[in-house]
Ligand binder design. Structure first.
Ligand code: WTA
Length: 704
């Protein structure tokens, strides 16, 4: 590992101070059995074979009618894949597996309470349940092909049942993450113009049965105030026959699904043969403030892309037991709990609750008990488990062949714990970088073929040709040590089709910055802007620095939050970190660090000093934090992402915005009291922010 100095950077560049990490080789045991173990696969997907290379993915599916055209670029930049082809997503995920593997488990659902029964759902049973619910949706609720139906569901099997029932009929589903507020759900109902809401009475989280139906009432009110009336609320019950909510059932509007289903027992619904480019679902990204942005994903393009990437990057075989520990309410869950794994006919594990309930050994007990051999989760979960149960994995007898990390850059230190302790040095890690908008992976190593490098996702995945541009559209060369805006040069089947109902916003957000010719039907003129900062090492591997919006500009030095956080987390006592900007008269902005400690450590000046010093050592004087705050916990969303904007608000004595979606809202006042009274005592109160600065702080840190 080389030493690091401070690089001179211009205003528009993001400073990079990473040191190179050592490589890790793919484990030999994985290689023989891997789906992608022939190096020729890179050649098959090379740029000269574009777009034909993706037929390999489309051929993983069963088509009612084969496509005539692979890629249609006639209406730029609304690229269309598999034109003329027809298929049904539910048939591909369920029906076509019945003959060979009807008795095999499609899902294994693990409830949060350990004394409740784990449920195994075979492909046959899943098929029956989907058909019955589809019949109900159609005949009772009046859902028709092309309609949108909003779900606000927790992590229960009824969620994929509902999704696949919609897919069967060509109804577009729009699942809102269960931890979101009723208001967030209401705004998404309005945007998608849904007439039906599918929800649940209650679910378990951290040992408590949470009332969930209450949120439906708020959602309907918010929607109604904007002129959209939900006609039917279909309420699944966590325990059929028992209702666990304070919310009254409204006559003629709210119905218990388990009661209605009595009338649909054994019914079958013919699958709709859908055009490849018909929308399959909407997934909203961003938007506790501002208009929510519904990524519209297609049937044929999306499904082929998630099937292909699940096969080669997750190395899923039908006989694997695969556990993606994410929430289906996010794109990761749609692509890599439901659609990808089921398209390949494997067994997908779903877990209802939090990682540490009732203790931090839980995930490893589940893995041991169910024989999980592929594990997939996010850095926030890994950090949490490392914090509270660093020695737990060794106590359980499970063996992973591949492990995935997704959602944000993983600090190399955390990566190493994942590799050595969780993976027991037997598993390949795929650090999969991608976005809600992209349907599936963009950057990752192929687990059996490419070396891993902690903190770097790897090269672009098969068929994805990446490029980094500077602010002027000049290509940033690999190995230059310079960062810039990472883009995808070519279209690919998993890319969203548009922002639901807002084509102009789609073009403006993702294409306008680097489009070379707005009339051009040549895709080469339309690079796709991801919105992340990245740097490419000499070996071609990409390191993602985080969202461009999360950059902290100190006197013209643009510092990536993740780089600061990766430095600080190396301090032995530190479990979690967050970097935020504070307005500073002299330097525009300066960095403040928040850290939470591992259990058993007490806050001390020594730790504060260590954090400061390591940042100065790894990044430079410019990044030296103005303050390091040791806090009991970070404000987090229900999906575990740290809400940097809330901490930034506190540090700047500014409005922290809506905290109702936090998993731990009470921590906000506690941190505010601690930090602001210390600042007042030191005479370190920043001036009042201008409205623009206020907006910037509020927008800091993309959390959804
Ligand atoms: C970040 C989640 C680094 C990135 C699939 C992206 C990552 C945003 C990684 C999208 C990764 C996701 N390494 N950064 N492996 N995966 N990101 O829409 O900033 O919830 O733009 O999609 O998460 O988040 P989203």
């Amino acid at each position: 590992m080389g030493a690091v100095g401070e690089t001179e950077v211009s205003e528009s560049q993001i400073a990079v101070h990473w040191r190179e990490e050592d490589y890790y080789e793919p484990p030999p045991k994985l290689i023989d059995q891997a789906n992608a173990n022939d190096p020729a696969i890179r050649e098959r997907f090379s740029e000269e074979h574009f777009p034909d290379c993706f037929t390999e993915y489309a051929e993983l599916l069963t088509w009612d009618r084969k496509w005539d055209t692979i890629l249609d670029t006639s209406n730029p930049p609304f690229w269309k894949w598999w034109i003329g082809g027809r298929l049904n997503a539910c048939v591909n995920c369920v029906d076509r597996h019945l003959e060979a593997r009807g008795n095999k488990n499609a899902f294994i659902w693990v409830p949060e309470l350990e004394d409740q029964e784990t449920k195994e759902i075979t492909y046959e049973e899943l098929h029956r349940r989907i058909n019955e619910f589809a019949a109900l949706l159609r005949d009772f609720a009046g859902a028709q092909t092309g309609d949108r139906v909003t779900f606000h569901m927790p992590m229960v099997p009824e969620l994929p049942v509902s999704m696949l029932a919609c897919a069967r009929m060509g109804v577009i589903h729009s699942q809102v993450f269960g931890g979101f507020s009723g208001a967030a759900c209401g705004n998404r109902i309005v945007d998608s113009q849904s007439k039906i809401l599918v929800t649940m009475d209650a679910y378990y989280r951290d040992g408590q049965l949470l009332d969930h139906k209450l949120k439906a009432d708020e959602a309907l009110e918010v929607a109604s105030n904007q002129g959209v009336e939900i006609e039917k609320v279909l309420v699944w019950r966590r325990q059929p026959g028992e209702y666990h909510s304070e919310s009254p059932m409204v006559d003629g509007r709210d119905f218990f699904v388990d009661e209605l289903l009595e009338d649909y027992r054994g019914q079958q619904v013919e699958p709709e043969s859908m055009p490849a480019e018909a929308p399959l679902f909407l997934m909203y990204s961003s938007g506790t403030t501002g208009q929510p942005k519904g990524a519209e994903h297609s049937t044929g393009g999306y499904l082929s892309y998630v099937a292909g990437t699940s096969k080669y990057y997750q190395d899923i075989h039908p006989d694997d037991t695969y556990w993606c520990f994410a929430d289906i309410g996010w794109i990761t869950g749609h692509s890599y709990i439901v659609y990808g794994p089921l398209a390949l006919g494997t067994t997908s594990v779903m877990y209802e609750g939090v990682p540490t309930y009732p203790d931090p050994g839980r995930p490893w007990r589940i893995a041991e008990k169910l024989g999980v051999n592929i594990f997939h989760t996010a850095p926030t979960t890994i950090r949490m488990l490392r914090k509270v149960g660093p020695d737990e994995p060794a106590k359980y007898d499970y063996h992973f062949k591949t492990m995935t990390t997704v959602g944000e850059p993983i600090e190399p230190d955390v990566w190493r714990w994942y590799y050595h302790t969780v993976g027991k040095e037997e598993a390949a890690i795929t650090d999969t970088w991608w976005l809600t908008e992209t349907g599936g992976f963009l950057g990752s190593t192929l687990p059996a073929l490419e070396k891993m490098k902690p903190g770097s996702c790897g090269p672009g995945v098969l068929g994805i040709n990446l490029v980094i541009y500077d602010e002027n559209g000049e290509e940033v060369q690999k190995g230059s040590g310079k960062a810039g805006n990472i883009c995808v040069r070519n279209p690919w089947p998993g890319l969203m089709q548009t922002i639901w109902g807002d084509d102009d916003r789609y073009v403006a957000t993702y294409f306008a910055k680097y489009c070379r010719d707005k009339q051009s039907q040549d895709w080469h003129d339309w690079p796709w802007l991801c919105g992340d900062g990245a740097v490419q090492a000499a070996d071609g591997y990409y390191r993602i620095l985080g969202r461009i919006d999360d950059v902290i500009n100190v006197a013209g030095h643009r510092l990536g939050t993740k780089e600061l956080e990766s430095a600080a987390i190396q301090v032995e006592e530190v479990a979690e970190t967050a970097a935020v900007p504070v307005i500073d008269e002299l330097r525009g902005k300066v960095v403040e660090m928040y850290v939470a400690l591992k259990p058993g450590f007490e806050p001390s000046d020594e730790i504060v000093q260590k954090v400061s010093q390591i940042i100065e050592r790894d990044i430079g004087k410019i990044a030296r934090p103005k303050n390091v705050w040791i806090v009991p916990d970070m404000p987090k969303t229900r999906s575990g992402k740290i809400m940097r904007r809330v901490i930034a608000g506190i540090s700047n004595f500014a409005d922290v915005g809506d905290v109702s979606t936090l998993a731990n809202p009470e921590i906000v006042d506690e941190i505010r009291e601690q930090v602001q009274s210390a600042k007042v005592a030191r005479g370190d109160v920043p001036r009042e922010l201008s409205p623009e600065e206020m907006e910037e702080i509020k927008a800091f840190g993309r959390v959804e």
